[in-house]
Design a protein around this ligand. Structure first.
Ligand SMILES: Nc1ncnc2c1ncn2[C@@H]1O[C@H](COP(=O)(O)OP(=O)(O)OP(=O)(O)O)[C@@H](O)[C@H]1O
Ligand SMILES: [Mg+2]
Length: 514
Protein backbone atom coordinates (compact mmCIF):
# COMPACT_ATOMS: atom_id res chain seq x y z
CA UNK A 1 0.00 0.00 0.00
CA UNK A 2 1.20 3.50 -0.80
CA UNK A 3 2.38 5.40 2.24
CA UNK A 4 0.69 8.66 3.23
CA UNK A 5 4.06 10.37 3.38
CA UNK A 6 7.51 9.00 2.63
CA UNK A 7 11.09 10.21 2.73
CA UNK A 8 13.77 8.65 0.51
CA UNK A 9 17.53 9.17 0.66
CA UNK A 10 17.30 12.67 2.10
CA UNK A 11 20.48 14.52 3.01
CA UNK A 12 21.11 17.95 4.52
CA UNK A 13 24.35 19.59 5.61
CA UNK A 14 25.15 22.88 7.30
CA UNK A 15 28.64 24.37 7.40
CA UNK A 16 30.68 21.84 9.37
CA UNK A 17 27.66 19.65 10.24
CA UNK A 18 26.09 16.76 8.36
CA UNK A 19 22.63 16.93 9.92
CA UNK A 20 20.99 14.22 7.80
CA UNK A 21 22.38 11.52 5.54
CA UNK A 22 20.39 9.07 3.39
CA UNK A 23 17.36 9.49 5.65
CA UNK A 24 14.25 7.42 5.09
CA UNK A 25 10.86 7.30 6.76
CA UNK A 26 7.36 6.11 5.99
CA UNK A 27 4.17 7.43 7.56
CA UNK A 28 1.17 5.16 6.95
CA UNK A 29 -2.44 6.24 6.61
CA UNK A 30 -4.21 6.55 9.95
CA UNK A 31 -1.15 6.19 12.14
CA UNK A 32 0.82 8.13 14.70
CA UNK A 33 4.48 7.52 13.94
CA UNK A 34 6.88 8.48 16.71
CA UNK A 35 10.28 9.83 15.67
CA UNK A 36 12.99 9.53 18.30
CA UNK A 37 16.72 10.13 18.56
CA UNK A 38 19.25 11.86 20.77
CA UNK A 39 19.65 15.64 20.97
CA UNK A 40 21.11 16.73 17.66
CA UNK A 41 20.15 13.50 15.85
CA UNK A 42 18.40 15.48 13.10
CA UNK A 43 14.71 15.23 14.01
CA UNK A 44 13.86 18.93 13.81
CA UNK A 45 15.94 19.32 10.66
CA UNK A 46 13.93 16.61 8.92
CA UNK A 47 10.69 18.31 9.96
CA UNK A 48 11.96 21.66 8.69
CA UNK A 49 12.73 20.06 5.34
CA UNK A 50 9.25 18.54 5.15
CA UNK A 51 7.66 21.90 5.85
CA UNK A 52 9.77 23.84 3.38
CA UNK A 53 11.82 25.86 5.86
CA UNK A 54 15.00 24.26 4.52
CA UNK A 55 15.65 22.65 1.12
CA UNK A 56 17.19 19.15 1.06
CA UNK A 57 20.60 18.66 -0.57
CA UNK A 58 19.53 15.21 -1.81
CA UNK A 59 16.54 12.93 -1.79
CA UNK A 60 12.79 13.01 -2.38
CA UNK A 61 9.53 13.33 -0.46
CA UNK A 62 6.27 11.74 -1.55
CA UNK A 63 2.71 12.42 -0.46
CA UNK A 64 0.31 9.59 -1.39
CA UNK A 65 2.95 8.43 -3.87
CA UNK A 66 3.34 11.84 -5.56
CA UNK A 67 6.74 13.52 -5.27
CA UNK A 68 6.59 16.99 -3.74
CA UNK A 69 9.06 19.75 -2.90
CA UNK A 70 7.72 22.27 -0.40
CA UNK A 71 8.99 25.79 -1.17
CA UNK A 72 8.00 27.30 2.17
CA UNK A 73 5.71 26.55 5.15
CA UNK A 74 2.70 28.13 3.44
CA UNK A 75 3.20 25.89 0.43
CA UNK A 76 3.62 22.83 2.67
CA UNK A 77 0.37 23.81 4.36
CA UNK A 78 -1.39 23.98 1.00
CA UNK A 79 -0.12 20.48 0.24
CA UNK A 80 -1.69 19.37 3.54
CA UNK A 81 1.34 19.28 5.83
CA UNK A 82 1.28 21.27 9.07
CA UNK A 83 4.12 21.51 11.53
CA UNK A 84 4.02 22.45 15.18
CA UNK A 85 7.50 23.54 16.13
CA UNK A 86 9.63 22.99 19.17
CA UNK A 87 9.59 26.79 19.46
CA UNK A 88 6.12 28.18 18.87
CA UNK A 89 5.27 30.43 15.97
CA UNK A 90 2.40 32.38 17.52
CA UNK A 91 2.08 36.17 17.74
CA UNK A 92 1.81 36.97 21.44
CA UNK A 93 0.03 40.30 20.94
CA UNK A 94 -2.75 38.93 18.77
CA UNK A 95 -5.84 37.09 19.97
CA UNK A 96 -6.28 33.34 19.67
CA UNK A 97 -8.70 33.73 16.76
CA UNK A 98 -6.36 36.07 14.88
CA UNK A 99 -3.46 33.66 15.34
CA UNK A 100 -5.44 30.73 14.00
CA UNK A 101 -6.79 32.50 10.92
CA UNK A 102 -3.86 34.78 10.27
CA UNK A 103 -3.83 35.72 6.58
CA UNK A 104 -7.23 34.07 6.12
CA UNK A 105 -9.41 36.44 8.16
CA UNK A 106 -13.02 36.73 6.99
CA UNK A 107 -13.63 40.11 5.36
CA UNK A 108 -16.72 42.01 4.33
CA UNK A 109 -16.24 44.84 1.80
CA UNK A 110 -12.53 44.47 2.44
CA UNK A 111 -13.00 45.01 6.17
CA UNK A 112 -12.13 42.43 8.73
CA UNK A 113 -15.15 41.24 10.67
CA UNK A 114 -14.13 40.51 14.20
CA UNK A 115 -17.37 38.78 15.12
CA UNK A 116 -17.24 36.44 12.17
CA UNK A 117 -13.63 35.64 13.00
CA UNK A 118 -14.43 34.74 16.59
CA UNK A 119 -17.48 32.76 15.49
CA UNK A 120 -15.34 30.71 13.13
CA UNK A 121 -12.82 30.05 15.89
CA UNK A 122 -15.55 28.95 18.30
CA UNK A 123 -17.03 26.60 15.69
CA UNK A 124 -13.59 25.05 15.30
CA UNK A 125 -13.13 24.66 19.08
CA UNK A 126 -16.58 23.05 19.30
CA UNK A 127 -15.68 20.58 16.62
CA UNK A 128 -12.54 19.47 18.42
CA UNK A 129 -13.95 19.90 21.90
CA UNK A 130 -11.56 22.57 23.10
CA UNK A 131 -12.44 25.19 25.66
CA UNK A 132 -10.68 28.40 24.68
CA UNK A 133 -11.80 32.01 24.46
CA UNK A 134 -11.02 33.21 20.91
CA UNK A 135 -10.69 36.82 22.14
CA UNK A 136 -7.92 36.06 24.62
CA UNK A 137 -4.44 37.32 23.78
CA UNK A 138 -2.05 34.48 23.05
CA UNK A 139 0.70 36.10 25.12
CA UNK A 140 -1.41 35.54 28.26
CA UNK A 141 -1.80 31.82 27.74
CA UNK A 142 0.08 29.02 29.45
CA UNK A 143 2.43 26.96 27.30
CA UNK A 144 -0.12 24.15 27.25
CA UNK A 145 -2.87 26.43 25.93
CA UNK A 146 -0.54 27.87 23.29
CA UNK A 147 0.12 24.30 22.23
CA UNK A 148 -3.62 23.76 21.87
CA UNK A 149 -3.89 26.92 19.75
CA UNK A 150 -1.15 25.60 17.45
CA UNK A 151 -3.04 22.35 17.06
CA UNK A 152 -6.35 24.08 16.44
CA UNK A 153 -4.57 26.13 13.79
CA UNK A 154 -3.23 22.99 12.10
CA UNK A 155 -6.69 21.41 12.21
CA UNK A 156 -8.28 24.52 10.72
CA UNK A 157 -6.15 24.00 7.63
CA UNK A 158 -7.70 20.58 6.98
CA UNK A 159 -4.20 19.13 7.11
CA UNK A 160 -3.50 15.54 6.10
CA UNK A 161 -0.25 15.28 8.02
CA UNK A 162 0.55 17.04 11.26
CA UNK A 163 4.13 17.01 12.46
CA UNK A 164 4.61 17.74 16.16
CA UNK A 165 8.08 18.54 17.43
CA UNK A 166 8.18 17.78 21.17
CA UNK A 167 4.59 18.86 21.80
CA UNK A 168 4.56 17.68 25.40
CA UNK A 169 7.94 18.94 26.63
CA UNK A 170 6.25 21.52 28.86
CA UNK A 171 2.88 19.90 29.54
CA UNK A 172 1.61 18.20 32.70
CA UNK A 173 -0.10 14.80 32.64
CA UNK A 174 -3.63 16.15 32.30
CA UNK A 175 -2.57 18.42 29.45
CA UNK A 176 -0.80 15.54 27.73
CA UNK A 177 -4.04 13.56 27.97
CA UNK A 178 -5.97 16.41 26.31
CA UNK A 179 -3.38 16.62 23.56
CA UNK A 180 -3.52 12.88 22.93
CA UNK A 181 -7.30 13.10 22.80
CA UNK A 182 -7.03 15.81 20.14
CA UNK A 183 -4.59 13.69 18.15
CA UNK A 184 -6.87 10.63 18.26
CA UNK A 185 -9.74 12.80 17.08
CA UNK A 186 -7.66 14.03 14.15
CA UNK A 187 -6.56 10.57 12.99
CA UNK A 188 -8.68 9.11 10.18
CA UNK A 189 -7.98 6.71 7.29
CA UNK A 190 -6.46 9.54 5.27
CA UNK A 191 -4.47 11.43 7.90
CA UNK A 192 -1.37 10.77 9.96
CA UNK A 193 0.84 12.33 12.62
CA UNK A 194 4.61 12.37 13.05
CA UNK A 195 5.27 12.79 16.75
CA UNK A 196 8.69 13.73 18.12
CA UNK A 197 9.29 13.24 21.82
CA UNK A 198 11.95 12.52 24.41
CA UNK A 199 9.36 11.19 26.84
CA UNK A 200 9.59 7.46 26.32
CA UNK A 201 6.59 6.74 28.55
CA UNK A 202 4.13 8.46 26.24
CA UNK A 203 5.27 6.73 23.04
CA UNK A 204 3.43 3.61 24.20
CA UNK A 205 0.27 5.63 24.75
CA UNK A 206 0.11 7.43 21.44
CA UNK A 207 2.17 5.79 18.69
CA UNK A 208 1.66 2.67 16.56
CA UNK A 209 5.23 2.59 15.27
CA UNK A 210 8.52 4.22 16.25
CA UNK A 211 11.25 5.32 13.86
CA UNK A 212 14.68 5.71 15.44
CA UNK A 213 17.42 7.91 14.00
CA UNK A 214 20.97 8.41 15.21
CA UNK A 215 23.60 10.95 14.08
CA UNK A 216 21.48 11.97 11.10
CA UNK A 217 20.98 8.43 9.85
CA UNK A 218 18.05 6.06 9.81
CA UNK A 219 18.41 3.20 12.31
CA UNK A 220 15.17 1.22 12.40
CA UNK A 221 11.38 1.31 12.65
CA UNK A 222 9.64 -0.90 15.21
CA UNK A 223 6.05 -1.72 16.20
CA UNK A 224 5.37 0.04 19.46
CA UNK A 225 3.24 -2.74 20.97
CA UNK A 226 5.94 -5.34 20.36
CA UNK A 227 8.93 -3.37 21.57
CA UNK A 228 10.16 -2.45 25.04
CA UNK A 229 11.28 1.10 25.69
CA UNK A 230 14.66 -0.33 26.75
CA UNK A 231 15.12 -1.63 23.21
CA UNK A 232 14.12 1.72 21.74
CA UNK A 233 16.59 3.52 23.97
CA UNK A 234 19.47 1.25 23.02
CA UNK A 235 18.64 1.73 19.34
CA UNK A 236 18.69 5.48 19.99
CA UNK A 237 21.96 5.79 21.80
CA UNK A 238 23.78 2.74 20.42
CA UNK A 239 24.94 1.82 23.92
CA UNK A 240 23.42 0.76 27.22
CA UNK A 241 22.15 3.25 29.75
CA UNK A 242 22.40 2.30 33.39
CA UNK A 243 19.50 4.37 34.77
CA UNK A 244 17.07 3.79 37.63
CA UNK A 245 19.53 3.64 40.52
CA UNK A 246 18.92 5.65 43.62
CA UNK A 247 21.49 7.43 45.77
CA UNK A 248 23.20 4.95 48.10
CA UNK A 249 22.11 5.02 51.78
CA UNK A 250 25.60 6.25 52.69
CA UNK A 251 25.39 9.32 50.47
CA UNK A 252 21.87 10.04 51.71
CA UNK A 253 22.99 9.79 55.30
CA UNK A 254 26.00 12.00 54.72
CA UNK A 255 23.85 14.56 52.97
CA UNK A 256 21.00 14.70 55.45
CA UNK A 257 22.87 14.30 58.70
CA UNK A 258 21.23 16.63 61.20
CA UNK A 259 24.52 18.15 62.26
CA UNK A 260 25.70 19.06 58.78
CA UNK A 261 25.73 22.71 57.76
CA UNK A 262 22.49 24.36 56.82
CA UNK A 263 23.36 26.62 53.89
CA UNK A 264 19.89 27.90 53.15
CA UNK A 265 17.06 28.37 55.59
CA UNK A 266 13.61 29.52 54.50
CA UNK A 267 10.75 30.19 56.88
CA UNK A 268 7.29 31.66 56.44
CA UNK A 269 7.64 32.25 52.72
CA UNK A 270 4.35 33.58 51.34
CA UNK A 271 3.26 35.41 48.22
CA UNK A 272 0.08 37.31 47.44
CA UNK A 273 -0.87 34.85 44.73
CA UNK A 274 0.00 31.33 45.82
CA UNK A 275 2.58 30.47 48.44
CA UNK A 276 1.54 29.99 52.06
CA UNK A 277 4.06 29.67 54.86
CA UNK A 278 6.63 27.62 53.00
CA UNK A 279 9.62 26.59 55.09
CA UNK A 280 12.59 24.28 54.66
CA UNK A 281 16.28 23.90 55.26
CA UNK A 282 18.87 22.95 52.68
CA UNK A 283 22.18 21.44 53.77
CA UNK A 284 25.62 21.32 52.27
CA UNK A 285 26.01 18.29 49.98
CA UNK A 286 22.30 17.67 49.79
CA UNK A 287 19.98 17.31 46.81
CA UNK A 288 16.52 18.36 47.94
CA UNK A 289 13.90 17.41 45.38
CA UNK A 290 10.72 19.44 44.99
CA UNK A 291 7.80 17.39 43.71
CA UNK A 292 4.23 18.40 43.04
CA UNK A 293 1.72 18.87 40.28
CA UNK A 294 2.03 21.67 37.77
CA UNK A 295 0.92 24.89 39.49
CA UNK A 296 1.67 23.60 43.00
CA UNK A 297 4.11 26.47 43.54
CA UNK A 298 7.54 24.89 43.09
CA UNK A 299 8.79 27.40 40.52
CA UNK A 300 7.33 30.21 42.62
CA UNK A 301 9.42 29.08 45.61
CA UNK A 302 12.56 29.18 43.48
CA UNK A 303 11.70 32.57 42.00
CA UNK A 304 10.95 34.02 45.44
CA UNK A 305 14.29 32.85 46.84
CA UNK A 306 16.30 34.45 44.02
CA UNK A 307 14.27 37.65 44.19
CA UNK A 308 12.62 37.29 40.80
CA UNK A 309 9.13 37.85 42.27
CA UNK A 310 7.71 39.75 45.23
CA UNK A 311 7.45 37.58 48.32
CA UNK A 312 7.61 37.85 52.09
CA UNK A 313 9.74 35.71 54.37
CA UNK A 314 9.80 35.45 58.14
CA UNK A 315 13.33 34.20 57.63
CA UNK A 316 15.71 33.87 54.72
CA UNK A 317 19.22 32.89 55.75
CA UNK A 318 22.23 32.00 53.66
CA UNK A 319 25.06 30.35 55.61
CA UNK A 320 23.32 31.39 58.81
CA UNK A 321 23.11 35.10 58.01
CA UNK A 322 19.82 36.83 57.27
CA UNK A 323 19.78 38.26 53.78
CA UNK A 324 17.51 40.30 51.56
CA UNK A 325 17.58 39.22 47.91
CA UNK A 326 16.00 41.88 45.71
CA UNK A 327 16.79 40.30 42.35
CA UNK A 328 18.54 37.31 40.71
CA UNK A 329 21.80 39.24 40.28
CA UNK A 330 21.91 39.76 44.03
CA UNK A 331 21.11 36.07 44.54
CA UNK A 332 24.16 35.17 42.42
CA UNK A 333 26.30 37.40 44.69
CA UNK A 334 25.11 35.34 47.66
CA UNK A 335 26.14 32.23 45.76
CA UNK A 336 22.65 31.17 44.71
CA UNK A 337 22.28 30.10 41.08
CA UNK A 338 18.93 29.52 39.42
CA UNK A 339 18.46 27.57 36.22
CA UNK A 340 15.00 28.69 35.26
CA UNK A 341 12.31 26.58 33.73
CA UNK A 342 11.99 28.99 30.83
CA UNK A 343 15.51 28.68 29.51
CA UNK A 344 15.06 29.94 25.98
CA UNK A 345 14.07 33.39 27.09
CA UNK A 346 16.13 33.83 30.20
CA UNK A 347 19.28 31.91 29.65
CA UNK A 348 20.58 31.89 26.13
CA UNK A 349 22.18 34.46 23.81
CA UNK A 350 21.29 33.00 20.43
CA UNK A 351 23.64 35.24 18.45
CA UNK A 352 26.68 34.37 20.57
CA UNK A 353 28.73 31.23 20.29
CA UNK A 354 28.82 28.25 22.61
CA UNK A 355 31.98 29.43 24.35
CA UNK A 356 30.59 32.85 25.19
CA UNK A 357 27.28 31.45 26.37
CA UNK A 358 28.98 29.07 28.75
CA UNK A 359 31.64 31.41 30.11
CA UNK A 360 30.54 35.05 29.83
CA UNK A 361 28.63 35.18 33.08
CA UNK A 362 31.57 33.78 35.01
CA UNK A 363 34.14 36.03 33.35
CA UNK A 364 35.48 37.36 36.64
CA UNK A 365 36.71 33.89 37.54
CA UNK A 366 38.46 33.60 34.20
CA UNK A 367 39.94 37.08 34.26
CA UNK A 368 42.41 37.36 37.11
CA UNK A 369 43.53 40.98 37.31
CA UNK A 370 40.91 41.96 34.76
CA UNK A 371 42.68 40.28 31.88
CA UNK A 372 40.46 37.90 30.00
CA UNK A 373 42.26 34.71 29.26
CA UNK A 374 40.60 33.62 26.08
CA UNK A 375 42.39 30.30 25.98
CA UNK A 376 41.15 29.45 29.45
CA UNK A 377 37.62 30.40 28.44
CA UNK A 378 37.81 28.15 25.45
CA UNK A 379 39.19 25.28 27.47
CA UNK A 380 36.44 25.63 30.10
CA UNK A 381 33.80 25.67 27.39
CA UNK A 382 35.34 22.62 25.74
CA UNK A 383 35.53 20.66 28.98
CA UNK A 384 31.86 21.29 29.75
CA UNK A 385 30.77 20.65 26.17
CA UNK A 386 32.37 17.25 26.47
CA UNK A 387 31.01 16.52 29.92
CA UNK A 388 27.46 17.27 28.81
CA UNK A 389 27.98 15.79 25.38
CA UNK A 390 26.94 19.00 23.66
CA UNK A 391 26.76 18.23 19.95
CA UNK A 392 28.49 21.03 18.07
CA UNK A 393 31.30 21.18 15.51
CA UNK A 394 33.23 23.49 17.87
CA UNK A 395 32.67 25.89 20.76
CA UNK A 396 32.71 28.68 18.16
CA UNK A 397 29.34 27.63 16.73
CA UNK A 398 26.49 30.13 17.28
CA UNK A 399 23.98 28.96 19.86
CA UNK A 400 21.21 29.57 17.32
CA UNK A 401 22.55 26.70 15.16
CA UNK A 402 22.39 24.05 17.87
CA UNK A 403 19.49 21.66 18.30
CA UNK A 404 16.90 22.43 21.00
CA UNK A 405 18.25 19.95 23.53
CA UNK A 406 21.83 21.06 23.00
CA UNK A 407 20.85 24.68 23.59
CA UNK A 408 19.47 23.62 26.95
CA UNK A 409 22.67 21.84 27.80
CA UNK A 410 24.55 25.11 27.21
CA UNK A 411 22.46 26.87 29.80
CA UNK A 412 23.06 24.08 32.27
CA UNK A 413 26.80 24.26 31.58
CA UNK A 414 26.72 28.01 32.26
CA UNK A 415 25.45 27.43 35.78
CA UNK A 416 27.87 24.60 36.39
CA UNK A 417 30.78 26.86 35.46
CA UNK A 418 29.61 29.62 37.78
CA UNK A 419 30.82 28.85 41.22
CA UNK A 420 27.60 28.88 43.28
CA UNK A 421 27.23 27.08 46.64
CA UNK A 422 23.49 26.77 46.22
CA UNK A 423 22.05 25.69 42.90
CA UNK A 424 18.38 25.65 42.05
CA UNK A 425 17.56 23.62 38.95
CA UNK A 426 14.02 23.94 37.61
CA UNK A 427 13.18 21.00 35.32
CA UNK A 428 16.85 20.54 34.34
CA UNK A 429 16.28 17.65 31.93
CA UNK A 430 13.23 18.85 30.07
CA UNK A 431 13.78 18.25 26.33
CA UNK A 432 17.03 16.39 27.03
CA UNK A 433 17.45 12.92 25.56
CA UNK A 434 17.63 9.84 27.77
CA UNK A 435 21.36 9.33 27.38
CA UNK A 436 22.26 12.92 28.18
CA UNK A 437 19.92 12.86 31.17
CA UNK A 438 22.15 10.28 32.79
CA UNK A 439 25.18 12.55 32.20
CA UNK A 440 23.38 15.42 33.88
CA UNK A 441 22.40 13.23 36.83
CA UNK A 442 26.02 12.21 37.24
CA UNK A 443 27.14 15.83 37.19
CA UNK A 444 24.58 16.80 39.83
CA UNK A 445 25.68 13.85 41.99
CA UNK A 446 29.28 15.02 41.68
CA UNK A 447 28.35 18.59 42.54
CA UNK A 448 26.52 17.45 45.68
CA UNK A 449 29.39 15.17 46.65
CA UNK A 450 31.76 18.13 46.31
CA UNK A 451 29.68 20.05 48.88
CA UNK A 452 27.22 22.08 46.82
CA UNK A 453 23.62 22.24 47.98
CA UNK A 454 21.07 21.59 45.27
CA UNK A 455 17.35 22.09 44.92
CA UNK A 456 15.93 20.12 42.06
CA UNK A 457 12.42 20.80 40.82
CA UNK A 458 11.10 18.11 38.54
CA UNK A 459 7.77 16.84 37.28
CA UNK A 460 9.22 13.45 36.50
CA UNK A 461 8.86 11.27 39.55
CA UNK A 462 11.46 8.68 38.49
CA UNK A 463 13.94 11.54 38.21
CA UNK A 464 13.03 12.92 41.64
CA UNK A 465 13.42 9.46 43.16
CA UNK A 466 16.68 8.82 41.31
CA UNK A 467 18.30 12.08 42.38
CA UNK A 468 16.97 13.38 45.71
CA UNK A 469 18.34 12.72 49.16
CA UNK A 470 15.15 14.23 50.54
CA UNK A 471 11.94 15.27 48.82
CA UNK A 472 9.65 18.20 49.62
CA UNK A 473 6.18 17.74 48.17
CA UNK A 474 3.96 20.71 47.43
CA UNK A 475 0.26 21.10 46.83
CA UNK A 476 -1.54 24.38 46.17
CA UNK A 477 1.17 26.67 47.44
CA UNK A 478 2.16 24.78 50.58
CA UNK A 479 4.61 22.07 51.47
CA UNK A 480 2.44 19.09 52.40
CA UNK A 481 5.28 16.87 53.53
CA UNK A 482 8.91 15.80 53.40
CA UNK A 483 10.04 12.31 52.51
CA UNK A 484 13.43 10.71 53.04
CA UNK A 485 14.77 8.93 50.00
CA UNK A 486 14.34 5.46 51.52
CA UNK A 487 10.65 5.95 52.31
CA UNK A 488 9.73 7.77 49.09
CA UNK A 489 7.68 6.03 46.43
CA UNK A 490 5.72 7.36 43.46
CA UNK A 491 2.55 6.57 45.42
CA UNK A 492 3.31 8.46 48.60
CA UNK A 493 4.63 11.43 46.63
CA UNK A 494 1.37 11.54 44.64
CA UNK A 495 -0.60 11.23 47.85
CA UNK A 496 1.10 14.32 49.29
CA UNK A 497 0.96 16.16 45.96
CA UNK A 498 -2.82 15.89 45.91
CA UNK A 499 -3.41 16.41 49.61
CA UNK A 500 -5.46 19.56 49.94
CA UNK A 501 -3.70 21.83 52.42
CA UNK A 502 -7.02 22.74 54.07
CA UNK A 503 -7.19 19.31 55.69
CA UNK A 504 -3.54 19.33 56.75
CA UNK A 505 -1.74 21.40 59.32
CA UNK A 506 1.08 23.28 57.60
CA UNK A 507 4.44 21.68 58.12
CA UNK A 508 6.78 23.97 59.95
CA UNK A 509 10.48 24.24 59.45
CA UNK A 510 11.02 22.56 62.82
CA UNK A 511 9.12 19.41 61.93
CA UNK A 512 10.92 18.78 58.73
CA UNK A 513 14.31 17.95 60.10
CA UNK A 514 12.77 14.91 61.84
N1 LIG B 1 20.88 26.22 10.91
C1 LIG B 1 21.82 25.37 11.30
N2 LIG B 1 23.13 25.66 11.15
C2 LIG B 1 24.08 24.79 11.54
N3 LIG B 1 23.82 23.60 12.12
C3 LIG B 1 22.54 23.27 12.33
C4 LIG B 1 21.47 24.13 11.94
N4 LIG B 1 20.29 23.53 12.27
C5 LIG B 1 20.62 22.35 12.84
N5 LIG B 1 21.97 22.18 12.87
C6 LIG B 1 22.70 21.01 13.39
O1 LIG B 1 22.13 19.84 12.84
C7 LIG B 1 22.10 18.78 13.80
C8 LIG B 1 20.69 18.27 13.95
O2 LIG B 1 19.91 19.22 14.65
P1 LIG B 1 18.36 19.04 14.95
O3 LIG B 1 17.86 20.34 15.46
O4 LIG B 1 17.70 18.47 13.75
O5 LIG B 1 18.38 17.94 16.12
P2 LIG B 1 17.17 17.29 16.94
O6 LIG B 1 17.22 15.82 16.64
O7 LIG B 1 15.93 18.00 16.67
O8 LIG B 1 17.66 17.48 18.46
P3 LIG B 1 16.85 17.93 19.81
O9 LIG B 1 16.35 16.65 20.40
O10 LIG B 1 17.94 18.48 20.69
O11 LIG B 1 15.82 18.91 19.47
C9 LIG B 1 22.69 19.36 15.07
O12 LIG B 1 24.03 18.99 15.15
C10 LIG B 1 22.54 20.85 14.90
O13 LIG B 1 23.52 21.54 15.61
MG1 LIG C 1 14.71 19.27 17.83
Amino acid sequence: MTALLSVHGVGKSFPGVRALHNMQLELRHGEVLALVGENGAGKSTLMKLLSGIYTPDQGTFKLNGQPFVPDNPKHAQELGISIIHQEFNLMPDLTIAHNIFIGREPRRFGLLTERELNRKALALFDRINLRLNPREKVGNLTVAKQQMVEIAKALSHESKVIIMDEPTAALNDAEVATLHHLIRGFISPDTGVIYISHRMDELKQISQRITVIRDGEYVDTVDTAQTSMKEVISLMVGRRISGEQRPSPATVEAATEASSDVVLSVKGLSTKTLLKDVGFELRRGEILGFAGLMGAGRTEVARAIVGADNASFSELKVHGASVAVPNPAAAAKFGIGYLSEDRKHLGLMLERDVKENITLSSLAKNAPGGIINDKALRRTAEVFSQKLRIKTPSVHQLARNLSGGNQQKIVIAKWLVKDCDILIFDEPTRGIDVGAKEEIYKLLDELAASGKAIIMISSELPEILRMSHRIAVMCEGRITGFLGNAEATQENIMELATRRPSVTAPVTAGEMTA
